[in-house]
Structure formats: C-alpha cells, structure tokens
Design a protein around this ligand. Structure first.
Ligand code: FE2
Length: 211
C-alpha cells in the first residue's frame, strides 16, 4: 500500500525558506544532493488505478513479473559477458549474434519493467537487487569455452520460458490480458527464437567431410 507523503509544518517552512533564498538571487545553481523518503515501497501497488483490475490481482502479477524481470536482466547481461569473452574460430559470428540477442533482451527488460509500473507496481532495477532475486545461476567472473557459454545461455532461456509460460496462464486466469499478451508475444516467442539460434551452435557438424 502506498503511504501519502508526510509533510510536517517544520519541513514546509524549510522548503519555503529555500525557495525564498533562491528567488531573486540564483536561478542557475542546480539543487543537487537532495534526499527524501521513497514515495512507494518495493512490493506494493497503487491501490486505486482506473485499469479495471483489482489491487490484489495487480500485486500478485507485479510480484511475479519482478522475478521474470530479474531473470531477464541477468540473461541480458550474460549475453554481453558472452559477447565480450567469446573466443575461437566462430568468434566473429558469435560476437555479433550475442550482441544482437543482448539488444533484444534489453528491449524485453524495458517492456517488463514498464508493465510493472503500468500495473501500479515498482519495477526492480539495480544489479544488487537483481542478484538477490534472479533464479539464473551465477557464472564465474572468468572466461569459459564456447560450448559452456552457450549451455549457460540455454539454461537461462529455459528458466525464463518455464516461468513466463506459467505466468502468462496466471495473468489470463486473473483477467489481465495485457500482461498475458506481452509475455506470450514478446517474452516466450523471443526467448524461444533466441534459444533456437544459439542451440544450433552446439550440434556436432562436420565442416569438410560428410559422415
Ligand atoms: Fe560490443
């Protein structure tokens, strides 16, 4: 539940005096280093929104969407790690393919985060919070062989696909067609396509002589 911002009379007078001192004296200095209480806690939803969806439904779906967001941010970053650290005879094509998938995952991240905000929730954003919530296993900091890189990416895709399919069904059951459509059209289909493109690189295929 969102709590209203509390403004004490004392605080108001501080704001007033700040405004007064700026007025007429300085219109160019940025008012940096401001701090205040957060206006909406993570895990809450705005209670009344004209969307035709109850707060309970929106709270349940935004909670699940945040897990999917954490996994998608992790997969996005795993693609960039793979783009930078890839090696070997297929370096160039994988370097480009991994970056293409990174860009597409970045778009999915944005769609999921904005869906959470649309539903009145608070989207996860920062790396430390993502690390706490993601269900994708953490890779080592160092470099790994291409088949291992691709195996990790495929594992992340599968985690996301399973979670996305079950969340899309839940959204449909709860009457949230918008979330259902976003997940099926963008997340499920996008991840399936990317999984196909990279999994083909793990097939044992002779380069010169057919078997
Ligand atoms: Fe690059």
């Amino acid at each position: 539940m969102v709590t209203a911002t509390e403004t004490s009379p004392a605080k108001e007078s501080v704001h007033e005096s700040t405004r007064e001192s700026v007025k007429g004296t300085d219109m160019v200095t940025p008012h940096a280093r401001q701090h205040a209480k957060e206006i909406q806690k993570f895990g809450t939803v705005i209670q009344r929104l004209p969307l035709g969806l109850s707060a309970n439904v929106r709270e349940e779906l935004t909670a699940q969407l945040n897990f999917l967001l954490a996994d998608t941010i992790t997969l996005r970053d795993l693609y960039k790690k793979s783009h930078w650290q890839v090696s070997g005879p297929t370096f160039y094509q994988l370097h480009l393919l991994f970056d293409k998938h990174f860009g597409e995952q970045a778009e999915m991240v944005d769609s999921l985060a904005e869906r959470i905000q649309t539903l009145g929730g608070v989207s996860l954003a920062m790396a430390a919070d993502v690390a706490e919530m993601t269900r994708v296993p953490r890779p080592p900091k160092g470099r790994e062989e291409v088949p291992v890189q691709i195996s990790r990416l495929l594992e992340a895709h599968e985690i996301i696909l399973k979670a996305a399919r079950s969340l899309s069904r839940k959204a449909a059951d709860l009457g949230d067609d918008g979330t259902n459509d976003l997940i099926v059209s963008d997340i499920v289909r996008g991840n399936e396509l990317q999984a196909w493109f990279i999994s083909e690189h793990l097939v044992e295929m002779p380069l010169i002589n057919a078997q």
